[in-house]
Design a protein around this ligand. Structure first.
Ligand code: PLP
Length: 317
């Protein structure tokens, strides 16, 4: 007689599942419900998982306020359109869900992600048009690319020879999970004793790193790579701060030589804001200390988090 699944003795190969207590404290929204992070699970058949067919955005909450949430929503809805995904919420609905995730989590400093996967088709069709797109969101504690020590002394970065997936293949304005190039770059960096990586664009210029854009400062002028990179909200915030401060900033080609020769280098991400880099491939940038322009922009960036023109309060109960 055929054994049923319940009767079958499955070999025990060790518990590879995460203990619910080892999930970050937080609240997720999935399939119409608010859940603890440990219960927010999706099917392994979801194309988001099987094919990286997904788009997402990450906003943050600092001292109980969202920072530039509108810009994150613009980018997220833009990505949905470009990928021909639909979700059962308008912008106001997504905004409400994000507020609810943060409010229910109780976090005052949070990393808040909204995402949509292609989903799966009820008939397992290979036609993406038949998949039911799945919207999710969650709020977990705020995290940073750089830790407190690295923020003070500057990150040690290595430039990997890995090439960022070209924009003709994947439009980088769609925030995506195509990270194999970035993760391979990270391993190159670790092998060389660095803390994180920068990878190149298809012309051999500097592109971006795992979860961040990069800027260099030379003779008081800022530059950041223009092609093949995610148009980061923190990158945009640096441009906006530069306008306020009367600093020159341009999106252009940044060669590896120009980066090494810069007076200052910093990276930008929602996960940490503006973060100094003081060493590239084992060689110090200028005198190897955090530069004046970087420090000034870091200060201004965090000051803007209290400013109602740049931030909005979370609807806590
Ligand atoms: N580049 C990549 C590949 C990213 O994934 C991210 C953020 O996750 C960034 C840059 C920085 O973008 P933002 O400043 O919007 O966080």
């Amino acid at each position: 007689m055929r054994e049923t699944m319940n009767e079958m003795q499955l070999p025990i190969v060790g518990d590879r599942h995460l203990d619910p207590h080892s999930y970050p404290e937080g609240v997720a929204f999935l399939d119409g419900q608010y859940l603890p992070m440990s219960q927010a699970k999706i099917s392994v058949l979801d194309w988001g998982f099987l094919h990286s067919d997904a788009t997402y955005d990450t906003a943050h909450v600092w001292k109980g306020r969202f920072f530039r949430l509108d810009l994150h929503l613009d980018r997220f809805f833009g990505g949905l359109d470009k990928l021909r995904m639909t979700i059962p919420f308008f912008r106001e609905g997504v905004t409400e869900i994000l507020h609810n995730c943060v409010a229910l989590s109780g976090h005052r400093a949070a990393y808040v992600e909204m995402l949509c996967t292609r989903g799966a088709s009820p008939t397992f069709s290979r036609d993406p048009r038949q998949a039911i797109n799945r919207f999710m969101a969650f709020a977990v504690p705020f995290g940073s690319v750089a830790n407190a020590e690295q923020l003070q002394r500057g990150l040690r970065v290595a430039i990997s020879d890995k090439v960022r997936i070209p924009p003709a293949s994947i439009d980088p304005t769609i925030k995506n999970y195509h990270w194999l190039d970035l993760v391979r770059g990270l391993y190159d960096a670790y092998d060389r004793g660095a803390e994180t990586a920068l990878i190149l664009d298809f012309n051999g210029n500097v592109a971006e790193g795992p979860g961040f854009n990069v800027f260099c400062v030379k003779d008081g002028k800022l530059s950041t790579p223009s092609i093949g990179v995610l148009p980061g909200i923190t990158r945009r915030t640096v441009f906006d701060l530069c306008i306020e401060q009367g600093l020159a900033a341009a999106a252009t080609n940044v060669s590896v030589a120009a980066l090494r020769d810069a007076d200052e280098v910093f990276i930008t991400s929602t996960a940490g804001g503006i973060m100094p880099v003081t060493e590239v491939d084992g060689v110090r940038i200028a005198d190897g200390t955090v530069g004046a322009v970087t420090s000034r922009l870091m200060g201004l960036y965090w000051e803007k988090h209290d400013d109602p023109a740049w931030s909005s309060p979370v609807n806590y109960p």
